[in-house]
Ligand binder design. Structure first.
Ligand code: NAP
Ligand code: MG
Length: 400
């Protein structure tokens, strides 16, 4: 059988621990036998990040800007324990944070739905994609503990020295205070990424904030979304038969629960942080959650939403069998291959990636799955397989 050829290479970012093991298995079992795989390889494993003083992460992000489509393995974000475990020169920053800062993106997360793994909410029959604004708000805040009575003000000093003040609170005793910000540029690129992504998926876009209470801050988000919609997307949305819908965040939460799914839910940074864990859990498992960073420059970086599955890796190192779910990592690859196929006009590459997704889902629907899913699946007959066996079962279905 001749292999599928590619035009432009994918940017491949290898990672750490159990997901690094899976990465190689996926390539060996499901990609290399079928595709003449072209990638520009970056080793983002912690050892190499340390060796290159994290330069490799910056290079990988730059390459993503250049080539447009990347696929990333989960990586360790070092903490104190990792610094001693890996004898690191420094507590390197989160690679995802570095990449996001360079690509200035919005993160879209969507669950993989399969028969037998039922969402906790009966009505959810289609996936809900969360789009999380990845800049500012509480994540770049400044906080202060107020020890005693006193006046706290917001002070904005213009470049010419003019001062604008606004009272936050006159404290008559101890308390706390916080300041946070966002920029029009970042909100605009968030809005554009959401509208484009919804158009790509041909799904409605929902956006929610607390503009009734936050009449300047949240209201500004609402206004920017509305303006960009009217000026740039309204016609295209109409042609695609989809809608843009704004509501209050509390109303949105209630509607999401009652909905049947099948839409993109744009969330401010904090809402997205909280709601993506809710959505992932309610749909079944973190191991079934895909993630893609979409940048306003038109770059895409695909990955699994879960981490490096450290506990399983230590078992693997002890020579014990593991049953780690590779679905989200497989779908990171298929997402990237489909996007590459679409951009390069390679129909067979696109179709291969779809077929691989289908074979992966079919395996689970045939009752063959890893331990995490076996605990959730309501299929009458199921067989728990180990990490590699699961991939071999997918391969069987891919080959027939
Ligand atoms: P994690 O790797 O997501 O794993 C947490 C637990 O969730 C696992 O112990 C496992 O539960 C279950 N799980 C997650 N993915 C699974 C899969 N594919 N198959 C089966 N079970 C799965 O999170 P963590 O243990 O908190 O973090 C480990 C490392 O990952 C950290 O160093 C962190 O910095 C990094 N991380 C990286 C990313 C990223 O690169 N995007 C994201 C998050 C975390 P059981 O052990 O009960 O089986
Ligand atoms: Mg969170």
């Amino acid at each position: 059988m001749s292999k599928i050829t590619m035009k432009t290479p994918l940017v491949e970012m290898d990672g750490d621990e159990m997901t690094r093991i899976i990465w190689k298995y996926i390539k060996d079992e499901l990609l290399l036998p079928f595709i003449d795989l072209k990638t520009v390889y970056f080793d983002l494993g912690l050892e190499n990040r340390d060796k290159t003083e994290d330069q490799v992460t910056f290079d990988a992000a730059e390459a993503t800007r250049k080539y447009g489509v990347a696929v990333k393995c989960a990586t360790i974000t070092p903490n104190a324990a990792r610094v001693s475990e890996y004898n690191l020169k420094k507590m390197w920053k989160s690679p995802n944070g570095t990449i996001r800062a360079i690509l200035d993106g919005t993160v879209f997360r969507a669950p993989i739905l399969v028969k037998g793994i039922r969402p906790f909410f009966r009505t959810w029959t289609k996936p809900i994609t969360i789009a999380r604004h990845a800049y500012g708000d509480i994540y770049k805040n400044t906080e202060m503990r107020i020890e005693n009575a006193g006046k706290v003000e917001l002070l904005y000093t213009l470049e010419d020295g003019t001062e604008n003040r606004s009272l936050i609170h006159s404290f008559d005793g101890p308390g706390v205070v916080m300041g946070m910000h966002n920029t029009d540029k970042s909100i605009e690129s968030f809005a554009k990424a959401c509208f484009s992504y919804a158009l790509d998926l041909k799904q409605d876009l929902w956006f929610a904030s607390k503009d009734t209470i936050s009449k300047t801050y949240d209201h500004h988000f609402k206004d920017i979304f509305q303006e960009i919609y009217e000026n740039e997307y309204k016609v295209a949305f109409k042609e695609a038969g989809i809608e843009y819908f704004y509501t209050l965040i509390d109303d949105a939460v209630a509607r999401v629960i009652r909905s049947e799914g099948g839409f993109v839910w744009a969330c401010k940074n904090y809402d997205g942080d909280v709601m993506s864990d809710m959505i992932a859990t309610a749909f079944g498992s973190l191991a079934m959650m895909t993630s893609v960073l979409v940048s306003p420059m038109g770059c895409y970086e695909y990955e699994a939403a879960h981490g490096t599955v450290q506990r399983h890796y230590y078992r693997h190192l002890e020579g014990k069998p593991t049953s780690t779910n590779s679905m989200a990592t497989i779908f990171a690859w298929t997402g990237a291959l489909k996007k590459r196929g679409e951009l390069d006009g390679l129909k067979d590459l696109f179709e291969f990636a779809e077929k691989l997704e289908q074979a992966s889902k079919q395996t689970i629907e045939d009752g063959i799955m890893t331990g995490d899913l076996a605990a959730l699946s309501d299929l009458p007959e199921k067989k728990t397989v180990n990490t590699l066996e699961f991939l071999q079962e997918i391969r069987k279905r891919l080959e027939c």
